[in-house]
Design a protein around this ligand. Structure first.
Ligand SMILES: *[C@@H]1O[C@H](CO)[C@@H](O)[C@H](O)[C@H]1NC(C)=O
Ligand SMILES: *[C@@H]1O[C@H](CO)[C@@H](O)[C@H](O)[C@H]1NC(C)=O
Ligand SMILES: *[C@@H]1O[C@H](CO)[C@@H](O)[C@H](O)[C@H]1NC(C)=O
Ligand SMILES: *[C@@H]1O[C@H](CO)[C@@H](O)[C@H](O)[C@H]1NC(C)=O
Length: 657
C-alpha cells in the first residue's frame, strides 16, 4: 500500500468523480481486473462503467419491465401503501420507469443501478431486476467485502450501540484466508497487523457520521422488506439455518453486491481501550465463481451479459422444450436453499423472497453454532433441538424450501413428534432470515402444530383443455379452486368477470378470490388428527427477516392462533415487525413468458417482447391474505383485461400489536 495521504486521496477522489478519471488512464478497464480473484472496487466500477448503454437494449428492457409489471399484483398499492407502511412504501414504479426511459446514462452500470433501485423501492422482496452483467441469482459478479461486519449490541442497562461484531476476525480469517493479510497490512501505525483487536470494538462514527446514519442510508436502498426497522437490520450480521449447515450472514455493511464503496473510515473504541481511534479499511471485491473468463470489456460482455437458456419463456408443447436444462431456468435458482428441481417447483407452489444479496456460504463460527444434538427429523434448513430444561423444543427453520417436497414435510412432522416424545411441551420456532419456500409447507406446519380445522374439499375430475392438455400452466383453470375450494372447470374462464378496483387513483383489476390448493394433494397422507402443541405454548422468534411463505406462516400463527412473536435485535426506538413481506405466490418473467408462448399470445400487443440480453426480473404473481386459505390472483393474465379480488390487506400484516 502507498503512504497514507496518497492512499486516501486515491479512494476519496475516485469515489467522488467515479469512472471518468479511470477511463483516461486505462483504455480497457476490464482488462485491468481480468483473471484476478481479488480487486479494488474502483477497478470493478471502472470496468462496469465502461459498458456503454445500448439504446436498443435499453428500450427492450424498459418495454419488458413495463409489460411484465402488469402481472405484478401490487404495483398500484405500492404507489402509497396503506398504514402501517405509508411512510415505508411509496413508489410509482411505472412513473419512474418512464423517467428512466427518457434519462440519458453515462454507462449501462448507472442505468442498472437506477432500474434496480426503482424496483427495490417497492420494498416487497418479490419484484426484482437482476442484470447478469452485475448480479446473478445466486451471487454477484463481484462481491464487495470488508472484514468487519457490524452488530447492534445492547448493554445490561439497556443502552444500545453499534459494534464491530465480536466474531468478526474469526469469520474473516476463515472466509478470506487469501485476503486477510491485505487488510492486516492496510491498518496503519500501531494497529498494523492487529485486525483481530478490532473485533467487538464500539463504533462511534462511520465515515465521520453517527453509525445509524449509515444504517439508515442502507435501509433506503436495500429493498426487500416493507418495514424500515427490518431494512435497518439488514446492515448487521446475522445467522441462518441453511441447507448446507449453519451459515453466517455478513450484513450489508460488510458485504455489497455491487462495488459501491471503496473504504470505510471508522472511529472506534477497542475493548479495554478508553481513547477513540480512527481506522481506514479498504473494501475488496471478490470475483464470483459463476463469472466466465474474460480479457477485456468485449469478452466480459460476450461471456457474461448475454441471455442464457431460461432467460425467456418457451412454448412447453414445442418440440424443443425438453432441451432446456432445469438447473438453468431462473425460477429454479430463486430458491433460497437446496435447489428445487424443475419438476418439483412446477408441482408445488413457491413463495420466496428474491433478495439481490447473494446467498451466503460463509460458515457460522463453531462457537455460535448450537451445542445441542440435533433431534430426529432434522433435515437441511430445518433443525430440531430439545433444550436442557427437557420441556422446550426448538425448531430452527431457515427456509420453507428444500430439495424435495414430501420428504421435507414428513421430516417436519417427525421432528415435532420426536420433540414431544422426548418431553417437549412448549415450542420455539426460530425463523430468522427465512425467505420462504413452498407455500403448502407453511400451510402444513401450521396444520400439524395447531391440529385439524374444518375445511371442505372437493376434488373434481380433471378434464384436459386444448391449450394445456397436461395441466402445466399457471393460468389453467384446473390449477385453481374457487373461494369455496371447488376446482374450476377446464372451460371456465375464472378471470371473468374481473373484480375492478381503484387503488391510489389507478384502475386495477384482479381475479375472483381463490381457494386453497394445499389439501389434499399437497399434504402427506399421515396427517395427525390432534394438535401437537398448544398455541399458547408456541413462540415464533426472528430478526424480522421472515418473508413470503414464512410471513404466511407467522401471520397465520399469530393472528389466527394467538401464538406469541418475538423479534430479536433491532433499534429500540423503531417499531419492529415479526415478518417482512405480505405473502403471495412469486413467479418470474421466464415463467410468464412460457404462459404467453404456450397459449400462442406472444404477438398480442400486451405481451412483453423477449429479452435480448439480460436475465429477467421477478414479480409477485398472487397476493395472499394472512389466512392460508384465501388467495388473490392478479389477472392481467393471458393478456386479457385485468381483474381484482379482496383488498390487499397491508394492515393485517406483521405489525406487532
Ligand atoms: C428485444 O429483444 C428481442 C430479442 O432480440 C426482440 O425479439 C424484441 O423485439 C426486442 N424488443 C424491443 C422492444 O426492442
Ligand atoms: C408502458 O406501457 C404503456 C401501455 O402500453 C404505455 O402507455 C407506457 O408509455 C409505457 N411506459 C413505458 C415507460 O414504457
Ligand atoms: C479486557 O480486559 C479483561 C480484564 O483484564 C480481560 O479479561 C479481557 O480478555 C480483555 N479483552 C480483550 C479483548 O483484550
Ligand atoms: C399471431 O396471432 C394470430 C392470432 O391469434 C395467430 O393466428 C398467428 O399465428 C400469431 N402469429 C405468431 C407469429 O404467433
Amino acid at each position: 500500500m502507498v503512504s497514507t495521504p496518497k492512499f486516501l486521496a486515491a479512494f476519496v477522489g475516485l469515489s467522488l468523480v467515479g469512472a471518468a478519471v479511470l477511463e483516461e488512464r486505462a483504455p480497457d478497464p476490464c482488462a485491468a481486473i481480468a483473471g484476478k480473484k481479488w480487486v479494488a472496487p474502483r477497478d470493478v466500477r471502472a470496468c462496469y462503467s465502461s459498458i456503454k448503454v445500448d439504446e436498443m437494449i435499453k428500450s427492450n428492457i424498459t418495454e419488458v419491465i413495463n409489460k411484465t409489471l402488469a402481472f405484478h399484483a401490487s404495483t398500484n398499492y405500492q404507489i402509497k401503501a396503506p398504514q402501517p407502511f405509508a411512510d415505508d412504501v411509496h413508489e410509482d414504479v411505472l412513473a419512474t420507469l418512464a423517467k428512466i426511459k427518457q434519462k440519458r446514462y453515462r454507462s449501462d452500470y448507472d442505468l442498472h443501478i437506477d432500474l434496480s433501485r426503482a424496483l427495490k423501492r417497492l420494498n416487497d422482496g418479490h419484484c426484482v431486476w437482476i442484470n447478469r452483467c452485475y448480479l446473478r441469482l445466486s451471487q454477484a459478479a463481484f462481491t464487495n467485502f470488508l472484514p468487519t461486519p457490524m452488530s447492534l449490541l445492547t448493554a445490561p442497562d439497556g443502552t444500545q450501540s453499534v459494534h464491530i461484531s465480536p466474531e468478526a476476525f474469526t469469520v474473516a480469517k476463515a472466509e478470506f484466508p487469501d485476503q486477510i493479510q491485505f487488510w492486516q497490512d492496510s491498518l496503519l501505525g500501531p494497529l498494523k497487523g492487529k485486525l483481530e483487536s478490532l473485533s467487538g470494538a464500539k463504533v462511534l462514527l462511520i465515515n465521520g457520521r453517527p453509525p445509524f446514519n449509515a444504517v439508515n442510508d442502507n435501509a433506503q436502498i436495500t429493498g426487500s422488506y416493507q418495514s424500515f426497522a427490518t431494512r435497518q437490520n439488514s446492515f448487521f450480521s446475522s445467522y441462518q439455518a441453511a441447507a448446507a449447515g449453519w451459515t453466517y450472514l455478513m450484513g450489508n455493511f460488510a458485504q455489497q453486491s455491487l462495488p459501491l464503496s471503496d473504504i470505510a473510515i471508522l472511529t472506534i473504541q477497542r475493548i479495554n481501550h478508553t481513547l477513540p481511534e480512527i481506522v481506514i479499511l479498504p473494501y475488496r471485491s471478490r470475483i464470483g465463481s459463476s463469472v466466465k473468463p474474460f480479457t477485456d470489456v468485449k469478452s466480459y460482455l460476450a461471456n457474461n451479459c448475454v441471455a442464457v437458456a431460461g432467460t425467456n419463456g418457451e412454448d412447453i408443447y414445442s418440440s424443443s422444450f425438453a432441451s432446456i436444462i432445469p438447473a438453468e431456468r431462473p425460477v429454479e435458482k430463486f430458491q433460497q436453499q437446496a435447489p428445487v428441481s424443475a419438476q418439483i417447483a412446477r408441482k408445488h407452489l413457491i413463495d420466496v423472497t428474491l433478495d439481490t444479496s447473494p446467498l451466503s456460504d460463509v460458515v457460522l463460527p463453531p462457537v455460535l453454532v448450537p451445542g445441542l444434538p440435533a433431534a430426529p427429523g432434522s433435515r437441511n434448513a430445518a433443525q430440531f433441538y430439545l433444550l436442557n430444561d427437557g420441556k422446550t423444543g426448538v425448531l430452527a427453520l431457515g427456509s420453507f424450501s428444500d430439495s424435495d417436497y414430501f420428504p421435507f414435510l414428513d421430516s417436519l412432522l417427525k421432528g415435532l413428534v420426536s420433540l414431544k416424545s422426548q418431553g417437549a411441551t412448549q415450542l420455539v420456532i426460530d425463523v430468522t432470515n427465512n425467505g420462504g419456500g413452498f407455500i403448502c409447507a407453511a400451510h402444513w406446519l401450521h396444520r400439524i402444530i395447531i391440529g385439524p380445522k374444518s375445511t371442505t374439499l372437493i376434488v373434481k375430475q380433471i378434464v384436459n383443455n386444448n391449450a394445456d392438455p397436461d395441466n402445466q400452466l399457471l393460468y389453467n383453470p384446473l390449477q385453481w379452486n374457487d373461494a369455496n375450494n371447488q376446482q374450476f372447470a377446464a372451460n371456465e374462464d375464472w378471470l371473468q368477470p374481473p373484480v375492478e378496483k381503484i387503488i391510489n387513483g389507478r384502475r386495477d383489476a384482479f381475479s375472483q378470490r381463490l381457494g386453497q390448493e394445499c389439501q389434499p394433494a399437497g399434504f402427506p397422507s399421515n396427517v395427525p388428527e390432534v394438535a401437537l402443541f398448544d398455541p399458547k405454548k408456541v413462540v415464533i422468534v426472528s430478526n424480522g427477516r421472515c418473508a413470503s411463505s414464512c410471513s404466511l406462516f407467522s401471520i397465520t400463527m399469530s393472528k389466527h392462533e394467538g401464538v406469541k412473536t418475538v423479534v430479536v435485535g433491532g433499534k429500540k426506538d423503531t417499531q419492529q415487525q415479526y415478518c417482512g413481506i405480505v405473502g403471495g405466490q412469486s413467479t418470474d418473467f421466464s415463467t410468464i413468458d412460457t404462459e404467453i408462448k404456450t397459449t400462442h399470445l406472444k404477438n398480442n400487443t400486451l405481451a412483453p417482447p423477449d429479452l435480448c440480453v439480460f436475465l429477467p426480473f421477478a414479480v409477485l404473481f398472487r397476493l395472499q391474505l394472512p389466512i392460508l386459505a384465501i388467495l388473490v390472483l392478479s389477472s392481467h393474465l393471458a393478456v386479457t383485461p385485468a381483474k381484482s379480488g379482496p383488498p390487499f390487506d397491508f394492515a393485517s400484516s406483521c405489525v406487532i400489536e
